[in-house]
Design a binder for this molecule. Structure first.
Ligand SMILES: Nc1ncnc2c1ncn2[C@@H]1O[C@H](COP(=O)(O)OP(=O)(O)O)[C@@H](O)[C@H]1O
Ligand SMILES: [Mg+2]
Length: 274
C-alpha cells in the first residue's frame, strides 16, 4: 500500500510546493514509484514539473466535482517514476461547490483508493488555507509533512494547524500521523534561523527532520524552467538537501520515530514569535 503524505501549512510562501515537487522527484529518483497531487489552485506543482496548466483538462478540480475519475487525471512526467495529478485555477471554486456534497471531506480519499496500491508514495501539495481542500488532503493521507520557514513569525499559526490535525484525527482520519516538521529556507549564517530550528526541536523533538532545506537560488530558479531542482542542477545544495530529505522519509518509513510526547494541539507557547 502506498504511503500518502500531505504537505501542509496554511501559511503561504513557506516552501510547501517546493517541498512537494522536490521530495516527490527525489523519491522518484531512487526508483520509488511516486505520484504528486497538485491540490492548490495556483497549480505551481504542475508547472514545476513542466506541465502547462493551460493544457490541463482533467485535474484535481474535476476529480473533486466527480467529472473524471482519479485515474483519468493522472499524467506522466519526464521522470520515469514520477506521475502527476495536475491542478487548475478552477479549484478555487471547489470549496464552495462542495458545500452541499455529503461526506465532502472524504471525496479525495475515496477517489484515490483505486490507485493507492500502484504507488510507493503519493505526495499532496496543499493550498495555503485550512479549508475544505486541505481537510480533504489530510483525510486522504497517512501523514502530514509541515514545512516551516526559518524566519520571523515562523511558528505563528502552527497551533492552529496542529489543532486542525487533531480534529481530523478525531472525526475523519484517526490514523493521520505527523511525518515530520521540515525547516525550509534555512540560512546557516543567521542566528534567527538557528533559533527557529532549535525552538521547533524543543516542541517537536525528533519529529523535526535532521535535514534542513537551505536557502538556495537554484531551488527558486528551477520552477521557471519547468523543472525540479534535481533535474535543473543536480549538484546544487538544494538538490542535495531534498535527496537527503527523501532518504530520511524512507528511513522513517522503515524505523519510525518516537511519537511527540506532548499533546500537539496544546502547542501554542511559541505562537507569534520565533
Ligand atoms: N530552499 C529554498 N531556497 C530558495 N528559495 C526557495 C526555497 N524554498 C522555496 N523557495 C521560494 O520561496 C517561494 C515560496 O515557496 P513555495 O514552495 O511556493 O511556498 P508555498 O507553497 O508554501 O506557498 C517560492 O518563490 C520558492 O521558489
Ligand atoms: Mg504552494
Amino acid at each position: 500500500m502506498g504511503k500518502v503524505i500531505a504537505v501542509a501549512n496554511q501559511k503561504g510562501g513557506v516552501g510547501k510546493t517546493t517541498t512537494a515537487v522536490n521530495l516527490a522527484t527525489s523519491l522518484a529518483a531512487v526508483e520509488r514509484s511516486t505520484l504528486l497531487v497538485d491540490f492548490d489552485p495556483q497549480a505551481n506543482c504542475s508547472s514545476g514539473v513542466g506541465i502547462d496548466p493551460r493544457t490541463v483538462t482533467a485535474s484535481s478540480y474535476e476529480i473533486l466535482v466527480g467529472a473524471v475519475s482519479f485515474e483519468d487525471a493522472i499524467r506522466t512526467t519526464e521522470m520515469p517514476f514520477l506521475d502527476l495529478v495536475p491542478s487548475h485555477i478552477n479549484l478555487v471554486g471547489a470549496e464552495i461547490e462542495m458545500v452541499d456534497v455529503p461526506d465532502r471531506e472524504r471525496i479525495l480519499r475515496n477517489a484515490m483508493l483505486p490507485v493507492k496500491d500502484r504507488y510507493d508514495f503519493i505526495i499532496i501539495d496543499c493550498p495555503p488555507s485550512l479549508g475544505l481542500l486541505t481537510l480533504n488532503a489530510l483525510t486522504a493521507s497517512d501523514s502530514v509533512l509541515i514545512p516551516v520557514q526559518a524566519e520571523y513569525f515562523a511558528l505563528e499559526g502552527l497551533g492552529q494547524l496542529l489543532n486542525t490535525i487533531k480534529l481530523v484525527r478525531q472525526h475523519l482520519n484517526d490514523d493521520l500521523d505527523i511525518e515530520g516538521v521540515l525547516v525550509t529556507m534555512f540560512d546557516v549564517r543567521l542566528r534567527l534561523a538557528n533559533q527557529v530550528a532549535n525552538e521547533l526541536r524543543r516542541y517537536f523533538g525528533d519529529k523535526v527532520f535532521n535535514t534542513l532545506i537551505q536557502r538556495n537560488v537554484r531551488v527558486s530558479e528551477a520552477p521557471s524552467f519547468g523543472r525540479p531542482v534535481l533535474l535543473y542542477d543536480a549538484t546544487s545544495v538544494g538538490a542535495r538537501n531534498y535527496i537527503a530529505l527523501a532518504r530520511e522519509v524512507l528511513k522513517r518509513q522503515l524505523h519510525g520515530t518516537d511519537q511527540v510526547p506532548t499533546d500537539l494541539a496544546s502547542f501554542s507557547a511559541g505562537d507569534g514569535h520565533a
